[in-house]
Design a protein around this ligand. Structure first.
Ligand code: ZN
Length: 130
């Protein structure tokens, strides 16, 4: 089967990462050409799903409402470039929580595959270089 789905990390792949974390929509800045990459994926009929660790929730630094506003800015920018975000999955936990979904554990990807009926063999993941 051909690849149908790209799982894409957020910070450092879609937007500039920051040592201070991305705590507001104002602090979210696209990396060059990343919204256009989503348009190319759409043109090639590839689903694009964002898979991201957001421990800022578990640490109590940011509310889910603020995280939603940050995601909204991301989705809006991608759609304005002609792209589409098929879904967003995030881990809200801290490393100390030892959850099953914090990358590099596969929990978020497995959840996305279950939710959307994706065979993991038909997907690839693009992570930030860390
Ligand atoms: Zn988690």
């Amino acid at each position: 089967m051909p690849i149908t789905t790209l799982f894409i990390d957020r910070d450092g792949v879609i937007n500039q990462d920051s040592p201070d974390y991305i705590k507001t929509a104002e602090a979210f800045h696209f990396l060059p050409r990343s919204p256009e990459a989503f348009a190319l994926m759409k043109a090639h009929r590839l689903s694009g799903m964002v898979i991201t660790n957001q421990s800022i929730i578990g640490r109590g630094w940011v509310t889910e409402e603020t995280l939603t506003a940050i995601f909204k800015k991301m989705v809006t920018g991608i759609e304005e470039a002609g792209g589409h975000v098929d879904d967003i999955f995030f881990c809200p936990h801290t490393p100390d929580d030892d959850c099953a979904c914090r990358k590099p554990k596969p929990g978020l990807i497995m959840e996305a595959c279950r939710t959307h009926g994706i065979d993991p063999a038909d997907s690839v993941m693009r992570s930030a270089m860390v």
